[in-house]
Write a protein that binds this ligand. Sequence first.
Ligand code: 5AD
Length: 468
Amino acid sequence: MNRVFIKTYGCQMNERDSEAVAALLRARGYAIVDDEAAADVVLLNTCSVRDQAEQKAIGKAGYLKRRRRTNPRFVLGVMGCMAQNRGRDLLDQLPDLDLLVGTQKFHLVPDHLDRIIESLAAQGPRPATIVDLAAEEGSQNTIRDHLPQEKRVSAFVSIMQGCNMSCTFCIVPKTRGEERSRPIEAIVEEVEGLVAGGVREVTLLGQIVTSYGRGTIPDRAGKSPFVQLLERLEQIPGLARIRFTSPHPRGFKRDLVEAYRDLSKLCEYIHLPLQSGSDRMLRAMNRPYNVTLYRRIVDDLRAVHPEMYFSTDIIVGFPGETDDDFTATREVFREVGYDMAYIFKYSIRTGTPAATLPDQVPQEVKEARNQELLALLEAQSLRRNQALVGTVQEILVEGPGRRPERFTGRNRGNRVVHFPGSDRLIGRLVPVRIERATVSSLYGLPEVEAIHEIAGGPASAEPARHSA
Ligand code: 5AD
């Protein structure tokens, strides 16, 4: 009666929220299971960024509710962004939900589940859906528990919640509420705890991390609260790498560029959402920067790190996007030479300003523009990977790959690398000579001599075996 399966849709923030809910449930005596079919409770942690993501979760919930026919005690809940976005109206479509929990109430899921399971055990009539969607002061501080996991090398750390921007396409300010940041000390403590448990790399998460601490933590010596946080994390012994997502071009100031120069743990990989390469579109999207400013940030970063890796978010087919606007996007895409990108076809989000704009772009046009950028991305990604062939990359070893004796890890640029290895390398920084490249992966051999030096030998690393 207490096996819980959590299915997560959407972004890394959602993944992190699910993980924290799982940790709380486990502490309450629930078992977290990987097998949906074996679960007594299924929780869907949902995404609202595009209609497709919402439809997927609704479809899933509709399918799952049939489990009640054979197991009347089966519990089904919807959490997160879609719960917040649709609210009670969601019950018109999904009247069978036991639980509907918003983005500021994740920490109360164990209490709610306890209540539901108790009443089902009492075998009375099924209790009404528990709906908990209100805003809660301080809820940014409730996402802090991690599931203890053996050999986990990399972890997400939520540093803030919410978004104060008003991009005309975006539902997130509604689903995630206003910006609220956690204190620096609390984050440092969390990361120290993770490192003590074996974590070597953290990815700091926030809707707009460049706004971290604004209004609550003063600038110091010309440094924003976010850069102050990065500097503190740099000092944590045992932590090897720091990443974050996502910054906003508007808040990307000199202090952050200099952090890339000065902080050795900050990986030279950045996800910097562009959305469009047309100033006219950026204005219509209410994105407060222009392409010139964006290019300047890219140039500044390349000046401190010539090998910097760039990733981005692009929306194609925003209302009114002409061929010329799209061409401008394609040109910036090519010029920056993105190594990675998330390309979205514009999706109408009811209640946002862009939803009612005239000149909605036909689906086929969105599709064609999407395909064009995907093809460009593939070429650029392959070119970057090919350029790495013959170099030695510092790989943080994450774990075994799919093939026997194959291990995987990432270089500082977040490229996935496969190589022969052993369990003993997990969590270590290992130099790997890259021998082969595809669009999405690199293949190489550990440099065994150098492992001795880095790992403080005698390397338990077995000599590289050539299985490829
Ligand atoms: N349609 C398509 N993509 C969207 N995004 C946000 N809202 C929409 C929408 N309505 C994309 C943006 C954002 C990413 C997380 O999702 O590119 O950066």
